[in-house]
Structure formats: C-alpha cells, structure tokens
Write a protein that binds this ligand. Structure first.
Ligand code: ADP
Ligand code: MG
Length: 316
C-alpha cells in the first residue's frame, strides 16, 4: 500500500449549546496517497464536519488530522498549502469573473502576477472554461460552476482535494462529467477525498470508502470488498403468500446448491446466492411449493451493505 496522505486519529466533534450534538464520535482513518477516497453516509452522519476539521474550517473537540504529515490544528496555514476544498455549497465570488475567481486564488496562495495568469489560463483550458473566462458565476450552469470550483480549488496545486457532496444538485450528465474530472485529477497525482450520500457515486468513483453513520465509521474497504461482504453475488427477494410456510421454506432453500444465505425480510425471504446458471429457477421451484407470490432479483450494492449494518436505508 502507498503512503498515507490523510491520517485521522480519534477525531471527535461536539457542537456545544443547550443541546450538545456529537457530530463526529471517534473516527480513525487513513487515506492512501493517489486514491479517490469516499465518505459515504446519510444526512447528518458527520461527513461535512469531518471535512471541515480536515480543511481547518472547524476545530475538533478531540483527536487529530494530519495532511501530508502536517497537523491541521497546530499548523493550519501550512496545512492549507496542501489542501484544496470544494464545499457543499457554491462559494464562488459573484463579483469576480470566472477567470478572476481562479486568478485571485492563485495570488492569495503567493503566486506572482505572471505565474497566476499562466496558471489561470491553463486551468481554464483544462476544465474547458476558456470561452466563459469573462462570464460571471451567476451565468454558469450548475455543472460549469462545479467545474470552476474544482479548477479554483486545485489552482495552488494541493496534494489533497476535498469535495463535499460534489454531485448534489447536478443533473445526471454533469454528474458524469464531474466523475471524469475527478478521475483525471487522480491521474495527475492529486488525492481526492469526497463525501456523498449516493451509493452509486461511491461505488463508481472511489478506490476505497468508509461508510459513516452517527459520527462513526461502520466499515471501511474497497467497494468490491464491501459488496462481497454481503455474502452472495445475487440477491433474490421472495414475497410469500403465507407467512407460516416461511420457516420450512428457509430450511429447504438453504439446501439448494449455490445458495449462500437465507434471511427473513418483511413479507418474505431473502436468498443470497452465487451467480450460477439455473439457480434462480431452482429457487423459484422450491419456493413455489410454499406459496411464492413474487420474486425480485438484485445484486449486492453499497445500499445493501448499509441496510445490513444499520437496518435503515441510506436515503431517508
Ligand atoms: N454548526 C453546527 N452546530 C450544531 N450542530 C451542527 C452544526 N453542524 C452540524 N451539526 C450537526 O452535526 C451532525 C452532523 O452534521 P454534518 O457533519 O453536517 O453531517 P453530514 O455532512 O454527514 O450530513 C448533524 O446532527 C448536524 O445537525
Ligand atoms: Mg454534509
């Protein structure tokens, strides 16, 4: 495994006030350099708070975050040199043009006039924004504004780019364009840490991910390994007419060759199985004798993993 570029250790954040909220409740994670790393979890899980602390925008109650070895609380200015951020909401400067948004960012990070102009021109080209250089942010579509935010965030050549809910509010086409842009950044050697509550996005885009709920990491691995942890390549959900027949059927299904798991679900039985020719037919035949009403087939997804661990769906 490659070096760790983001190290989060024992991180906690309690928001004070009359009713204190524990937003982050003891998170430990290591992001390997050069990867796209996802924090996947429902609203309120603590994703934004974690990103805010890692990017020096919030102070932790306990624990630490190191970016390329630099402690973000002890040396925030130094850490910021290594960090790019695209927050959940559009933070483009509305009084500046597209080009100026990037240019002033470069100047803020210490580039001289010539360097900043050169870097701005290159980024406008790379992110296909050159023809909109003189436009104002309000005139951009959601997808273009997002692209500009990413271009600006990497203008000072950070080692790690944090993207908080990068596809929130994007249409499907812009979302796919954003995924391409993020993959290209990994190609340039930038590590990307993103948060999302879209399991397809986490699955498609991330090399590794942590599933977060109530401020804690439930499980952490590659998307493939997380899905494999469900214990089958296929899921057959059988809806049964007769609840009484269920127990007997569960036993018989377990004996079917290729079935790797059987569990009760509301209104029926879930069968986990290997991908195997003819297996669905054997399952249906067996279930038919016990009053099968309907069957739906799916494959394990990160949603399945989340439901297994929490009993709830990812999207409320
Ligand atoms: N500034 C704040 N003050 C008080 N509570 C907050 C604040 N920001 C977030 N929270 C609470 O902390 C929890 C985690 O929020 P957040 O980190 O935004 O989660 P996520 O990004 O996963 O949706 C939620 O219960 C939220 O209401
Ligand atoms: Mg959030």
């Amino acid at each position: 495994m490659s070096e760790t570029i983001v190290a989060i250790t024992g991180l906690r954040k309690v928001y004070g006030g009359k009713n204190p909220v524990t937003a982050v409740d003891g998170i430990d994670l290591r992001v390997p350099a050069g990867t796209i790393y996802g924090l996947l979890g429902p609203n309120g899980a603590g994703k934004t708070t974690t990103i805010s602390i890692a990017t020096t925008r919030a102070i932790p109650t306990a624990g630490s975050v190191r970016i390329a070895g630099v402690d973000v609380v002890a040396q925030p200015a130094l850490a910021r040199q290594s960090i790019g951020v695209v927050p959940q909401y559009n933070t483009l400067d509305r009084s500046c043009t597209v080009a100026e948004n990037i240019y002033f960012h470069c100047r803020y990070f210490g580039m001289n006039k010539g360097e900043a102009e050169g870097r701005t021109a290159r980024l406008l080209e790379q992110f296909r924004l050159s023809d909109r250089a003189k436009a104002y942010p309000q005139a951009l579509s959601g997808g273009l504004a997002q692209r500009l935010q990413i271009a600006r965030a990497i203008a000072h050549k950070p080692k790690v780019l944090f993207l908080d809910e990068p596809s929130a509010g994007l249409d499907p086409q812009s979302r796919i364009a954003m995924w391409d842009a993020v993959q290209a950044l990994r190609g340039e050697g930038i590590t990307v840490v993103l948060t999302t509550h879209y399991m397809e996005e986490a699955d498609e885009l991330c090399d590794r991910l942590a599933i977060i709920d109530h401020g804690k990491i439930l499980i952490e691995d590659t998307p493939a390994a997380l899905k494999a942890s469900v214990g089958g390549d296929k899921i057959y959900d059988l809806r049964m007419r007769d609840a009484d027949a269920r127990e007997k059927l569960e036993e018989r299904l377990r004996a079917v060759e290729g079935v790797t798991g059987v569990e009760a679900i509301p209104g029926g039985i879930r069968v986990l199985a290997r991908a195997q020719d003819g297996l669905l037919a054997r399952v249906v035949m067996t279930a038919n004798e016990c009053g099968l009403q309907d069957v739906t087939t799916t494959e394990p997804s990160l949603e399945t993993v989340f439901i297994r661990m929490t009993g709830r769906e990812l999207r409320e």
